[in-house]
Design a protein around this ligand. Structure first.
Ligand code: SF4
Length: 344
């Protein structure tokens, strides 16, 4: 049995779930019994920290009771996150859990990381004699942040379908696998009435903060761009980037080339990306400048709707009437401007 300290540090492990199932109180007790007040407080703290600091945060864990409260705070935080009923918030919380786990992963042994990789069904090979780690290129493509130069396949050594990675790379790949798993799990769940009743004050407070945050982003002047007039596809990509999701290269490419066509400067585009939890200015600037042609010989043009659909980045469930009349995201945006002018 994995020790309690490990379960409290990595509450998403299957051993942690089994421990909670076997030894924990009922959900009703967890929500109402004064004995678990500390777990409830930490659960909300996880959410607040993830939202404001992009990491669910560290707490001092000394006694057995500390470990148990920390462990129980994880399912509680997830239950409350679902009740916020906001995708951006859920994404941000998932990222906060994953980033926190990563910060602990990098100090663990490779053997421990391999066990966690197995929990996520990652196909990883490790040669103890040479200390060489490799991951199947499919898993690599799925989870590695290939938008960054050092993660691009061209800069990696591949042999027989496996890509060589470092201990830190593996930690980063597991971070992404964890984030993606939490996102999926949160999306599958619905808010329980009992959870809502117990946490209604915190839920409403957080909902309000999320709304204010969203307004701030939307109202922020970005060059001459009016974010509200963006077509659904660009809104989705931008929201995903700002929530720190691993947006595929084509999505980033489409957004940057679109913004560049609207004459936004590199700095304006950079600003739009800067609220992403994993924002790194140098790397993002490099990508933008490559797409806009400042550091390459070509300034790429943004893809039209057909291409967007082919790449799976036209959100079919979000398209509106204007989308149906347009064949390019740029013409959508310009039409919105014209509509506004007519009204004025
Ligand atoms: S139809 Fe075109 S403009 Fe509308 S969301 Fe899809 S790609 Fe974007």
């Amino acid at each position: 049995m994995v020790e309690l300290r490990t379960l409290a540090t990595y509450p998403f492990l299957s051993d942690a779930k089994s421990y909670v199932t076997k030894t924990a109180p009922t959900v009703e007790d967890l929500l109402n019994d004064p004995l678990y007040e500390r777990a409830r407080v930490i659960g909300v703290e996880r959410l607040d920290n993830a939202f404001h600091d992009k990491d669910v945060g560290n707490r001092s864990l000394v006694t057995k009771s500390d470990y148990i409260m920390e462990l129980l705070s994880y399912p509680l935080a997830r239950m409350v996150a679902v009740c916020i009923e906001d995708t951006y918030f859920k994404r941000r919380y998932a990222l906060g859990e994953a980033v926190h786990a990563y910060r602990n992963f990098i100090n663990e042994s490779t053997a421990f990381l391999l066990q966690i990789a197995a929990e996520f069904s990652l196909d990883v090979l490790y040669n103890e004699d040479t200390n060489i780690l490799k991951i199947s290129f499919l898993d690599y493509l799925h989870y590695a942040p290939t938008r960054y130069k050092e993660w691009k396949m061209i800069n990696r050594e591949m042999t027989k379908g496996y890509i060589r990675i470092s201990h830190k790379d593996l930690a980063r790949i597991i971070q992404e696998a964890l984030r993606s798993r939490i996102n999926e799990e949160l999306d599958e769940r619905r808010c329980s009435k009992a959870v809502y009743e117990t946490f209604s004050l915190d839920i409403n407070r957080i909902k309000h903060s999320v709304m204010m945050h969203r307004k701030k982003i939307e109202a922020a002047p970005v060059g001459t761009l009016d974010v509200k007039k963006l077509p659904p596809c660009m809104k989705e990509i931008l929201a995903a980037i700002q929530a720190g999701e691993n947006v595929p290269h084509m999505g980033r490419f489409a957004l940057v080339s679109f913004l560049h066509s609207l004459k936004l400067s590199t700095n304006d585009i950079l600003n739009m990306f800067s609220s992403a939890p994993d924002f790194e200015e140098d790397k993002t600037r490099y990508q933008i400048e490559h797409i806009t042609g400042s550091t390459s010989s070509t300034a790429y043009t943004p893809p039209g709707c057909d291409k967007m659909r082919t790449y799976g980045i036209c959100p079919a469930d979000k398209i509106d009437d204007l989308c149906k009349r347009k064949r390019h995201p740029l013409s959508y945006y310009k039409a919105r401007w014209r509509e506004e002018k007519k009204k004025a």
